[in-house]
Design a protein around this ligand. Structure first.
Ligand code: SAM
Length: 274
């Protein structure tokens, strides 16, 4: 293991909680993440390079690594920890501000995402890469409760995040990662998840927005949530009847496949719902 603590202290690095900086140093765990993400011989995008610990495990295996890191005080650290690799490109952009089309353009070829994500932007980052034309899978560390919500197919954990992920990907939890495996130690445990894209599926802005509207207030019926979002009630009720569902159904009772079908139906002029 490289002397990360020594390198960070030499460059007077100070951890910033506001940027979700919880680093991992354990080589076995880092290798496991890179292997689970399928880094071997492919192009990888990493969000949040930190001190370059996971970046090194990926760069050893990948054809090419495009690593994003917004904290520029980490750049002198990364210059040291990644200097032996000629397949790494470092970007200082905030991926959320760039948008997925620009990220795809910068990378310019099919890729997989592997990351120990900054937790404060987990959901928007996952949602962004689900909309990519080039990203084949997302393997990332997220808070354990977020992993449970992403993988849930019913019950109280099932919600907008589960549905938008499952509309275009097959999620699985690879393993739990305990809080003590990070430095500094976060308050809760994490899980390594892998989202494998269903061939040819990409999450459209329309479907993502529709799913959010369906679950806007979990206690309300689907019809109440969607009419509050401006969708015509009459057409919506006819679309639900066509799907064999009642007017009082809730979004979580419908399941992901029927939510996708409903979104398709309400765009159909026959139902005249918009
Ligand atoms: N990959 C390293 C590791 O596993 O030890 C660091 C992971 S740490 C959880 C998340 C990293 O993401 C931090 O270095 C943080 O500065 C960076 N970060 C936070 N917001 C970001 C953003 N919008 N774009 C890119 N990097 C970001």
């Amino acid at each position: 293991m490289a002397d990360y603590a020594g390198i960070l202290s030499k460059h007077k690095f100070k951890f910033k909680k506001s940027l979700g900086q919880n680093f991992i140093y354990d080589d076995d765990l880092l290798d496991e993440i890179a292997v689970a993400g399928g880094a071997d011989g492919v192009t990888v995008v990493e969000i949040g390079a930190g001190a370059g610990t996971l970046s090194r495990a990926i760069a050893k295996r990948a054809k090419r690594l495009c690593a994003f890191e917004i904290d520029e005080t980490l750049f002198p650290v990364l210059d040291e920890t990644l200097n032996e690799f000629d397949n790494v490109q470092l970007f200082s952009n905030n991926v959320l501000e760039l948008g997925v089309e620009t990220v795809d353009m910068l990378v310019g070829e099919p890729y997989v995402v592997i990351a120990n994500l900054p937790y404060y932007i987990t959901t928007p980052l996952i949602s962004l890469f689900l909309k990519s034309e080039l990203c084949g899978s997302i393997t990332c560390l997220v808070q354990k409760e977020v992993a449970d919500r992403i993988c849930a197919t019913d019950g109280s954990d099932y919600g907008a995040l589960s549905a938008s992920v499952q509309a275009v990907a097959e999620p699985q939890t690879v393993r739990v990662v305990k809080s003590w495996e990070f430095d500094p130690m976060p308050e809760v445990d994490s899980a390594l998840i892998k989202l494998d894209r269903i061939a040819g599926a990409t999450l459209s802005e329309e479907l993502d927005d529709f799913i959010k509207q369906c679950f806007a207030q979990k206690r309300k019926t689907l019809v109440n949530n969607l009419t509050a979002a401006g969708i015509n009630k009459d057409g919506l009720l006819r679309a639900l009847t066509k799907l064999g569902e009642s007017a009082t159904v809730r979004a979580e009772q419908l399941g992901t496949e029927k939510l996708i079908e409903l979104e398709r139906l309400i765009r159909d002029p026959e139902f005249g719902t918009e």
